[in-house]
Design a protein around this ligand. Sequence first.
Ligand SMILES: Cc1cc2nc3c(=O)[nH]c(=O)nc-3n(C[C@H](O)[C@H](O)[C@H](O)COP(=O)(O)OP(=O)(O)OC[C@H]3O[C@@H](n4cnc5c(N)ncnc54)[C@H](O)[C@@H]3O)c2cc1C
Length: 495
Amino acid sequence: MKKRVIIIGAGIAGLTAGIYALQSGFDVTIYESHTIPGGASTSWRRKGYLFEGGMHWLTGSSPKIPLHKLWREVGALDDSVNIYNRDPFLTFEDNRQRACLYRDLDKLRRHFLEISPDDRKEINRLCRDIKKFTKMSMPVLDIKGVKVKEKSALPLSMLLAMLPALPRMSFYTNQTTMEFTRRFKSPLLRGLLESVVGPENNASGMIFTIATLVSGDGGYPEGGSLGMANRMAKRFQTLGGTIQYGKEVSKVPVQNGVASGIIIDGEQIPADAVIITQDTRVAIDNLFDSPLREPWAEKMRESTKPMMITFICVGVEADLSDLPESLTFVSDQPLRCGDLAASIISINNYAGYKGYAPEGCTAITSGIMGDSYDFWKACKEKGTYETEKQNLAETFIHTLAKKLPQTAGKIAVWDVATPLTYERYLHSYKGSWMSIMKKGSKMESYPSKPESIKNVYFAGQRLVNPGGLPVAVETGRRAVQYLCRDTDLVFQDNI
Ligand SMILES: Cc1cc2nc3c(=O)[nH]c(=O)nc-3n(C[C@H](O)[C@H](O)[C@H](O)COP(=O)(O)OP(=O)(O)OC[C@H]3O[C@@H](n4cnc5c(N)ncnc54)[C@H](O)[C@@H]3O)c2cc1C
């Protein structure tokens, strides 16, 4: 008889774990509190507009990158899915001048030199580093001692190719992007580079992101976040797995150090193993009878720096396809929520994407990055939550009309999702969906299973910072490798 595995969450990590566990011979049920798969990888429709609420780019969309194999194995990508490689990836505009983040490194270098010949030395140095970082990519490895159908190892050639970037790592990690950009005289180049991952994150995120784009990776799969999640859910169900939607797991009961299943609405459902993909930062506090007190869990409590957004989206009754697809500009009227005041506004323009808006119209998304959780919580308690969301949307619409007059009076619909919205849907820490890499912070990696509880495994974005989709898929796979090792089964990456 097959061993019964329960997975908490049908996000990207949960679906990944489900697919590999089924292929490896387990009987798998996923319990998901929402009514659809995907978790943070989601999008939603309002009045005929589709708002992309998750990914802007996918590491591993290119077949040249090792992670690509995983996306194919879990059905996220296949031959029928077109990948769209936006180019320029970003456009920064100030005082009617534009700087673009092109994917071709020579073109990027020439463009930067045209903008600011005085920055030649720094531009050349940055481009040399980008080239070195294009060789860095997340390897796909097997855990020690697991039996596998097909071995995944780090080829020596890949390891050697990564070596030149290593000495430059600490240079970028030990400064914020804003500190790094001070080397450039041109405010336009500074603005563009700061808009890649934000000015406060350490500069390694910036160089990695640009290198990913330059290497031909970081595309947007057709159908976006929800399309990708639906394909994975379909693969899971085709393999014989069951997803129970609208089911929130309240506890994982543990007797004598062994997990025996899950509890939903007071009912206990037995299992031989439980894979938890709810944000690990929350799970260690809430899912067991008492908080998990292992050293790594204490470290996670202390060091988690949650990434949060107040997401704004509007449907515009105008065709904006002549504008850049990702435009960042400076506004003299900042968007505010609580202590956050954003005067650098980034918009994503989906005019070129079929099906994202009625004919001749455009879906636009934006957001204010940063910790506004307490502000929105206080608004909820005071009863001003809906009014504040409306105020923010109106300021955004006004800002947009000032920058793009063709949008004035043309807003058909708006929506705002706050960290409380994300918390309600994801049950994640302060509604976050990734972690921030501050200046000097190391890439933390947390264990896939606790030492003190048997039959429990963890997967998901929080296990390796900064998280995101690559970590979700990699940790989902890794959790199943531990499960296979513990149960003496062969891990099957395909059937
Ligand atoms: C605006 C935005 C932009 C982003 N852009 C990118 C990008 O460009 N590239 C990139 O790589 N990443 C991006 N991300 C991040 C990425 O989407 C997430 O890191 C990733 O989807 C996390 O997957 P996960 O499975 O680990 O967690 P989640 O998506 O949080 O999934 C967890 C699932 O578990 C369910 N759940 C939780 N608790 C319970 C419970 N107790 N019982 C039952 N079900 C439960 C939740 O409903 C959810 O479906 C973005 C995210 C956002 C929000």
